[in-house]
Design a protein around this ligand. Structure first.
Ligand code: AMP
Length: 129
């Protein structure tokens, strides 16, 4: 069965375009609705900056305001929570190679896979980006 409601989580960093582009293509192939989420972490960039970047990204993806989600909290907790709230059947996140301490600490993607009640697609992004 094709996916109907896809949520892409973006950190607004350099890999955002790759992850969002993959999610957008998948949404088109499945005839699915695409939602875009950014979670503002404490001490991170301000709401205004994040909103501006998210607006620009959503405009390029043809995603209306009603499907933009900007919340505050911890990404690994908020991504599954928001996905459930908007009844998504697929979450798309990025993932890159990790080693050393990062392996021990885990990643956002690991946390999302652990908590999500729906499928999760981890898009491989270049470790250097
Ligand atoms: P990281 O574990 O920080 O390398 O992040 C892996 C992936 O988790 C990113 O590519 C995004 O898809 C997602 N992610 C991380 N931080 C955030 C955030 N603040 N808001 C939304 N998604 C995020």
């Amino acid at each position: 069965m094709p996916y109907q409601n896809i949520l892409v989580a973006v950190d607004l960093g350099s890999t955002t375009e790759t992850v969002a582009g993959r999610a957008s293509a998948l949404a088109k192939q499945n005839g699915a609705t695409l939602h875009v989420l950014h979670v503002i972490e404490p001490l991170a960039i301000t709401y205004g900056q994040a909103k501006e970047q998210l607006d620009r990204l959503c405009e390029s993806l043809d995603v209306p305001d009603s499907r933009q989600h900007l919340v505050t909290g911890r990404p690994e907790a908020e991504i599954p929570t928001q996905a459930k709230a908007i009844d998504c059947d697929l979450i798309v996140v990025g993932t890159h190679a990790r080693w050393g301490l990062a392996l021990l600490l885990g990643s956002t993607t690991d946390g999302v896979v652990h908590s999500a009640e729906c499928d999760v697609l981890a898009v491989k992004v270049d470790a250097a980006t």
